[in-house]
Design a protein around this ligand. Structure first.
Ligand SMILES: Nc1nc2c(ncn2[C@@H]2O[C@H](COP(=O)(O)OP(=O)(O)OP(=O)(O)O)[C@@H](O)[C@H]2O)c(=O)[nH]1
Ligand SMILES: [Mg+2]
Length: 463
């Protein structure tokens, strides 16, 4: 994280209460780290450390020694000292690298809590980094994404977030808006300034259109990034026995779901994640849909319908060896407005299915690995991620950021609307201003306690 930019103009940091947390995953790993930040970080650790006098330690130095409780040695440790403002939180930070397992690490933490240190809240380290101007909000969120990222692509996006590419895009865009606002305001406030370009509807409208187009472009990219980051909820649905579970297993390359030739084999949802070219599909194999009097199966069928509605992608499986059934048509109808792929399975068997009623489908056998690859390509095409890997990862990709972008866009559309209705320019200006504020919230250029609290509480302890 050395490449995090310093956005702070402050010379001295007012350090907060000293906080501590275990910042590695709890488990019996080889090393765990207890992180301490705040005014008394160095002094407090020094009180329980037997080795070099940490109060005399220079910044960015590591010291070997022992953590001691009274005279009892708890663990052999390496302690790193980072002095304010050259640390992640910009406060004094000490990291204790311990060797013991969970029990010892917890003991060290507890010991610290008796030495003027309190337990950090989730995300509190990152929150301090933000409040001290070390990182902006998009970077803070990227820290969280980094912790959570599942694929190499989302990892790359998160890293870009940390280096501030996201905020760069938003800053640039906000500057353009601001220029627009300033011109309008000069016109309104000082109509006598003749050398200032007079902002009329005719000048403002194309400018707004241009800004809206740019925002659309950012939003387009955002939806791809969101898919890359969160994965795609994918429901495999269809009538009983068409081969849904076989398809799930083929995509997962493991025998996860039970496959038999008995109709109604799958009764509850079977889930599994598969990585396709850097994105994650959250697959859900569902109970075959038919009218049934079996109570358990009926519940399964209802659940399937609900899952299909909530999914971002529906794979509707049909059977090449059976005639098209009214229920197949019902399922096609039900998923018409969704991202959907119709997969006709069992191509190796004699054809009985009438293809006249199908527009777009892919014919496969779930036993054939080439066919499974073809299906994967189709999925990537649907989400415009065929070129994943070279994708421009300067991204906006989380739900909060996207919702702010959408709000900003709506304000610009409203502004355009009032211009089209020949309302005075200053009315449009209110909306443009609002768009500017919404975008500011993406990078945290507002001081909204509530926003910050909710955001940082999503972090895990120790970050
Ligand atoms: N010939 C052939 N048989 C297949 C193919 N795919 C699946 N089957 C067979 O079709 C039968 C049903 O497969 P499943 O995967 O259990 O079907 P399902 O849609 O999950 O069925 P339910 O869980 O009952 O809804 C099994 O006997 C599979 O071996 C295929 O491509 N070709
Ligand atoms: Mg099944």
């Amino acid at each position: 994280m050395d490449n995090i930019k310093d956005h702070s103009n402050k010379e001295t940091i007012i350090q907060g209460e000293t906080i501590a947390a275990i910042s590695t995953a709890l488990g019996n790993g080889a090393v765990s780290i207890v992180k301490v930040s705040g005014e008394k970080a160095i002094q407090s650790v020094n009180e329980i450390f037997n080795g070099f006098d940490l109060t005399k330690a220079k910044s960015h130095t590591i010291h070997y020694g022992h953590i001691v409780d009274k005279n009892k040695i708890l663990d052999e440790v390496l302690v790193s000292v980072f002095r304010s403002p050259k640390s992640f939180t910009k406060e004094d930070v000490v990291e204790i690298n311990c060797h013991g397992g969970i029990f010892v690490t917890n003991q060290i933490l507890e010991l610290l809590l008796c030495h003027n240190v309190r337990l950090a809240e989730p995300g509190e380290f990152t929150k301090r980094a933000f409040l001290n101007g070390r990182i902006d909000l998009t970077q803070a969120e990227a820290v969280m994404d980094l912790i959570e990222s599942q694929t190499s692509n989302s990892l790359q996006m998160a890293t870009n977030g940390i280096t501030g590419k996201t905020s760069e895009i938003i800053h640039q865009y906000r500057n353009e808006l601001l220029e627009c606002i300033l011109k309008i305001e000069v016109n309104i406030d000082y109509p006598e300034y003749e050398d200032e370009e007079i902002i009329t509807n005719d000048i403002l409208k194309p400018k707004l259109n241009e800004l809206i187009n740019k925002l659309n472009h950012i939003l387009d990219k955002a939806s791809v990034s969101q898919v890359m980051r969160n994965g795609i909820k994918t429901a495999i649905i269809g009538r009983p026995n068409v081969g849904k579970s076989s398809l799930l297993n083929a995509l997962l390359r493991e025998d996860k779901a039970i496959v038999t030739n008995i109709e109604g084999t799958t009764r509850d949802v079977v889930e599994g994640d598969v990585h396709i070219g850097g994105i994650v599909l959250h697959l859900m194999d569902t109970a075959g849909i038919r009218n049934t009097i079996d109570e358990v199966e009926q519940i399964g069928v209802e659940k399937t319908k609900k899952i299909a509605q909530e999914a971002e992608l529906v794979i509707l499986v049909l059977d090449n060896s059976r005639e098209l059934h009214p229920m197949d048509l019902e399922l096609i109808e039900m998923t018409n407005n969704k991202n959907r792929i119709i997969v006709v399975n069992k191509k190796d068997l004699d054809n009985k299915l009438n293809y006249d009623k199908l527009k777009d489908y892919i014919l496969i056998s779930s036993y054939d690995t080439d066919d499974i690859e073809k299906l994967e390509i189709k999925i990537k095409d649907i989400f415009h991620i065929s070129s994943v890997g070279q994708i421009d990862a300067s991204y906006i990709g989380n739900a909060r950021q996207i919702s702010k972008l959408k709000l900003a866009k709506q304000h610009l559309l409203d502004a355009l609307d009032s211009l089209n209705n020949n309302l005075p320019v200053d009315i449009a200006n209110v909306d443009i201003h609002q768009a500017w504020i919404e975008l500011g919230e993406i990078i945290g250029e507002v001081n909204n306690e509530e926003l910050l609290d909710t955001l940082f509480s999503r972090f895990c302890l120790g970050k």
